[in-house]
Design a binder for this molecule. Sequence first.
Ligand SMILES: C[S@@+](CC[C@H](N)C(=O)[O-])C[C@H]1O[C@@H](n2cnc3c(N)ncnc32)[C@H](O)[C@@H]1O
Length: 341
Amino acid sequence: MELTRIHNLSLAYINTFALRCAVELDISGRIQAYGCPMPLRELARSIPIPPEKDSMLGRLMRLLVHQGIFAKSEDGYQLTPASELLLTDGSNMGTYVRLFTQPQLIKDWGQLSEVFKDTGNCTLFEKMFYGKKVWELLKDKPEQGNLLNEAMASQSNLIMRRLVADFSNIFDGLNSLVDVGGGTGTAVKIIAEAFPRLRCTLFDLPHVVENALKSDTESFDVVGGDMFQKIPPADAIFLKKVLHDWDDEDCVQILKRCKEALESSKNGRKVIVVDIVIGLESNDPKTTETSLIFDISMMGLFGSKERNKQEWHDIILDAGYSGYKIYPAQLGVNSVIELYP
Ligand SMILES: C[S@@+](CC[C@H](N)C(=O)[O-])C[C@H]1O[C@@H](n2cnc3c(N)ncnc32)[C@H](O)[C@@H]1O
């Protein structure tokens, strides 16, 4: 049992690359297009791969079926809720898989132990990319930036539809909202469509908001800027998957700018944070595992972290807020936190 655990963890990257392979071969799209359970031979011809490699494909599918990514009946392979997420005309989480399994991004995780030995504060990402921070590098590499925006957007679609349906009450009584670090606007668009009377604004770095689709921006305003400097005034500030990119000191600065933005609005009510809260009683073991993996990922990429209740408490109060409420939501692994000025 313990030996199996070590085997599985040592070779966990095989799962990673089996999933990437399924995305690159668009196996979900092929099964969807086939319209009924798809036999191995049909799947192989549709890619197409040489017939002598059919059995290799069968072995790849055997692992992916075992992982719950696909299902198999006597008649052939079928989609599961997990592989449905990969469909390009659906959630398109394949983009997310492509982003986080890029060989150039993961090759240097092998140097993680070096980061512990270093005396400086250099993150693993800075070691890999010649001292550059993530957002600096993405500015110079638009194709990587676009992939990140697309990956975040595909995840946003899933989380946001659930948020506006299950947590509509958190938007009650608000006249205006700014989505800070809102990327290219997927989340703010969903909020604006769900609550048409709410005046919504997308706020992100100038080169990022440039990519907000023109057709989308009819339902919301767009402002480019730096959240460490000034955030446009609004009744609510929305921060989804932003604070986990920053260390405590930076988070306190961002939250102070958010508070100033609320105080500049006549009806300033709250900051709405969507992020992971580690260790909530309601978290199941899988959610906890995912949160802990994200935490190490944040450590390597940004020198930042996922936070437990106490860590959220500390930065919220340090930034001068009078109180907060955690909704242990099951938005993927994310919860909602409301902060009151
Ligand atoms: C992890 S992404 C989250 C995007 C979006 N909120 C979502 O959930 O899909 C973090 C965002 O913060 C933005 N960002 C980074 N530094 C910023 C700054 N100084 N001012 C405003 N936005 C910033 C990035 O451009 C990026 O879009």
